[in-house]
Design a protein around this ligand. Structure first.
Ligand code: MN
Length: 426
């Protein structure tokens, strides 16, 4: 039924944003203009603050949920509100409903071309955690830096390995990134040197946004975890591999990850992703009881890709294609594990999936794996070679689901690398 639903707004067949999607974002008409909440529909942004001002989408009288600079207040209003607003929007925007369709004065105030607005970070992110849940990625990294015969450490198959990242440097797609500098220790030298990063990498990930907090000391069960997730974004967890290799022992990554983490501007809700549910891989050994779940529909079939646009190149090159369904640990398992010791998560928290690599070299989700730590350079269509990211490169990640003529997409997350700072002491 909803699959046949059509909007009076024309939406191209290959658009990521049909009426069945309606992902949430924050926009302004000019870069410094008033930020408010919108949903994407085809090439348009639908201004929810304008609809709210005209009496639509009312959740609680007197309260403004959409005339807000972030989505946090709306998200915090709860899962039943998310469903209510989605249903009302689908009704209001559908082709057979004259109410908005035939009200040209209101339409003027509600629809903005995406190409003409500025998109902002959609949520205030109080905390950011990154997982390491792709078996293929963890195996590749283990083969490269440890022992190919024992690539996975003993804990990897027992729990979703993760670390607490840095929330303040989560940025929205389109924000430039300065190449980080720091300590690099070369293998044939005794001491580290200070240098611009020479092994700058992307990590192809998705992230989920926490929709409901838990109380300190009260873990979220694996069954209830889905109710705590508002939606998903594309996520580039930029990584400085050479800084990382020297600094990560014994407490994990620090400056190699804290300089920037980019998310896509549109948050796709779990309701929109529902038709694309699929099973996650069989888990062997069977996890401990608190991580055990029915895995017949605990993942999503989301096609993902990465492109590199070199500064002088006429076009971007697709350098890998993979799928979210390869993830070994589900989002529910990640959240159950995250809170089992008593940690409280908060509305707006970002949970990174971990690099999503598939089984074949063309499906690896980082340059570290694609070029096997710079031993197998990649050739772009303009003839340039890459081992890691160069200054002026733009990395673009895209994602979408497609089935039976329905396409639900994420748009993209992109970021351009600017040259490193020059320091006085250099
Ligand atoms: Mn990561």
């Amino acid at each position: 039924m909803t699959r046949q639903l059509k909007s009076f707004i024309e939406v191209a067949q290959d658009s990521d944003f049909p009426i069945q999607n309606l992902p949430y974002g924050v926009f302004s008409e000019t870069a410094e203009g008033t930020r408010r909440i919108g949903v994407a529909l085809g090439e348009w942004v639908v201004d929810l603050a304008a609809l709210e001002a005209h009496g639509y989408l009312a959740l609680q009288s007197g309260e403004q949920y959409f005339n807000q600079p972030t989505l946090n207040k709306f998200i915090d209003s709860g899962k039943s509100s998310w469903s209510k607003v989605r249903a009302e929007l689908q009704k209001l925007l559908s082709a057979d409903n004259a109410e908005l369709r035939d009200n040209s004065a209101l339409r003027e105030q509600v629809f903005f071309k995406q190409a003409n607005v500025t998109l902002h970070l959609p949520v205030h992110v109080p905390g950011y955690t990154d997982f390491y849940s792709s078996k293929e990625h963890a195996t590749n990294v283990g083969c490269m830096f440890r022992d190919p015969k024992n690539a996975l450490l003993a804990n990897w198959s027992e729990l979703p390995v993760g670390y607490n990242g840095r929330a303040s440097s989560v940025i929205v797609s389109g924000t430039d990134i300065v190449r980080p500098s720091g300590q690099i220790k070369l293998p044939n030298e005794e001491r580290p040197q200070f240098s611009a990063c020479r092994k700058l990498d992307f990590e192809l990930e998705t992230g989920f946004i926490i929709g409901k907090q838990n109380q300190l000391g009260q873990p979220i069960t694996v069954e209830n975890a889905w109710d705590h997730i508002f939606g998903m974004v594309l996520f580039n967890d930029w990584s400085a591999r050479d800084l990382q290799q020297w600094e990560y022992v014994p407490l994990g990554p620090f400056n190699s990850k804290t300089f920037a983490s980019s998310i896509s501007p549109w948050i796709v809700t779990l309701e929109a992703l529902e038709p694309f549910k699929t099973s996650s891989p069989v888990q062997e050994p069977q996890p401990l009881a608190y991580l055990r779940e029915d895995h017949s529909a605990n993942s999503y079939d989301i096609q993902l890709s990465v492109e590199i646009q070199a500064e002088q190149a006429a076009q971007a090159d697709v350098i890998c294609e993979t799928n979210f369904k390869y993830m070994y640990w589900s989002m529910a398992q990640q959240l159950a594990h995250h809170t089992i010791a008593g940690c409280n998560v908060q509305v707006g928290d970002l949970m990174g999936s971990g690099t999503i690599s598939g089984p074949t070299p063309d499906s690896y989700g980082s340059l570290l794996e694609i070029t096997w730590n710079a031993t197998k350079p990649l050739t772009l269509s303009n003839g340039e070679q890459r081992t890691f990211i160069q200054d002026g490169d733009t990395v673009i990640m895209k994602g979408h689901c497609e089935k039976d003529g329905l396409r639900i997409g994420f748009g993209e997350v992109s970021g351009k690398i600017l040259p490193a700072l020059q320091f006085d002491f250099q």
